[in-house]
Design a protein around this ligand. Structure first.
Ligand code: HEC
Ligand code: HEC
Length: 352
């Protein structure tokens, strides 16, 4: 299969996208923002620095360069990485759904059902570990997961390397990016670098909260934000701003009996870690339903109902999940605020 014809490299260079995003952000500000995306593309590497986010820490050798991002982007959309050449990373991480897939649980090659929901990939650069149970330490090591996983792409990593290395086009891209062949290290690095470039920081909420644009949120969204931060609802205790997560593992009372052990899958510590999952990011949440690790809540309304009810009585349920009473108006306000976490400038920028 000729993969070259499928890939349009350079048609949408990421540096320009990011610069354009910065420009767009700048132009949409009535007042001078104290939040902006600073890119230095001369010389490589690029620097992504978002004033109101923590610094993106990049180890040596993992610099964001236009060339590495281009190599990773080509791979991300290429079904060459699946045994039957039927799935690419983007089959389950779709750009227009903020890199989620709209399904309750993912469906891999030959219709095999996964037990977990495909999460957004925006802002993964800030994640201290990957997977809902934290079972994977870095974006580089994570790459091997979906490629080899029986319920995902089901291809031995060594075969993925052989396949990609046989394509001249990729050899060229990798030489340009890393001055090295396609090999186990560079293939993972390319995909991880592309993923680190997926940043989402310019939602109406960001413009309101961090750039002083008082009109970026509607009155309903402002009331919803106040509820989100309120002592009674206290969503911010776990969904810490600005990233909307503190990356801790919490049992939010979804079930009394968990089929998926969550964090305990990694630690084997059922007594202390059962049903704990990484606090999910809420950025672009309106695009990433259905919700929770297994996609069991179909809408944001169901999510709010879940928290309002106080959830199920699991012995490890966080003491923060106690339930609250909320009027229909307040519920609508809260959901309207959650919708203001959608960053359309970012997701459009990453469309292939
Ligand atoms: C069959 C669907 C499917 C495919 C194909 C797939 N993923 Fe995923 N991805 C998932 C699911 C489901 C999860 C959640 C797994 C978990 O948390 O245990 C996930 C999780 C991730 C995460 C962790 C995100 C986080 O917040 O912890 C990253 C990063 C990721 N995928 C990248 C990729 C890359 C890169 C590829 C291609 C090499 C890929 N995925 C292919 C379904 C898929
Ligand atoms: C005790 C910590 C905690 C508190 C407090 C909390 N959450 Fe969560 N939230 C989580 C965890 C953990 C998950 C992921 C659960 C899972 O994967 O099953 C989550 C998931 C979600 C999701 C689904 C994310 C996704 O992509 O599937 C939404 C939406 C959400 N929370 C909204 C809220 C709102 C609104 C509040 C306040 C009413 C709130 N949360 C309070 C810990 C918390």
């Amino acid at each position: 299969m000729d993969t070259k014809s499928k890939i349009e490299i350079g048609a949408f260079p990421i540096a320009k996208i990011l610069v354009a995003m910065g420009m767009l952000f700048f132009l949409t500000q009535a007042c001078q923002p104290d939040t902006e995306l600073n890119i230095q593309s001369e010389p490589s590497p690029l620097l992504i620095s978002i004033n109101h986010f923590p610094e993106m820490s990049l180890e040596e050798g993992k610099e964001l360069t236009e060339e590495a991002i281009a190599a990773g982007k080509a791979l991300f959309f290429d079904p060459i990485l699946s045994r039957n050449r039927d799935l690419s990373c983007s089959s389950c991480h779709l750009t227009h759904l903020a890199f989620s897939d709209g399904r309750a649980v993912a469906i891999g090659t030959e219709g095999r059902l996964h037990n977990r929901n495909s999460p957004t990939l925006f802002n993964v650069a800030w994640q201290p570990y990957l997977f809902m149970d934290g079972g994977n330490p870095t974006l580089e090591s994570q790459v091997i997961g979906p490629i080899e996983e029986h319920r995902e792409m089901d291809l031995p990593y060594s075969e993925a390397i052989t396949r990609v290395a046989a394509v001249d086009y990729y050899q060229e891209l990798f030489q340009r990016a890393f001055k090295e062949d396609v090999n186990p290290k560079t293939l993972a690095l390319a995909l991880a670098t592309y993923e680190r470039a997926l940043v989402s920081f310019n939602s109406p909420f960001d413009r309101y909260e961090y750039a002083g644009d008082a009109s970026a949120l509607s009155p309903a969204q402002k009331r919803g934000l106040a509820l989100f931060k309120s002592a009674e609802l206290n969503c911010v205790a776990c969904h810490v701003l600005p990233l909307t997560t503190d990356f801790s593992f919490q049992n939010n009372g979804l079930y009394e009996v968990y089929e998926d052990p969550g964090r305990a899958r990694v630690t084997n510590n059922i007594p202390e870690h059962e049903g704990q999952f990484k606090v999910a990011t809420l950025r672009n949440i309106a695009l990433t339903g259905p919700y929770m690790h297994d996609g069991s809540l179909g809408s944001l309304e169901e999510v709010v109902d879940h928290y309002a009810s106080g959830g199920s009585n699991h012995r490890l349920k966080s003491s923060l999940i106690t339930g609250f009473s909320i009027s229909a108006q307040e519920k609508a306000d809260l959901i309207s605020f959650l919708e203001a976490l959608t960053d359309t400038t970012s997701y459009k920028a990453y469309m292939p």
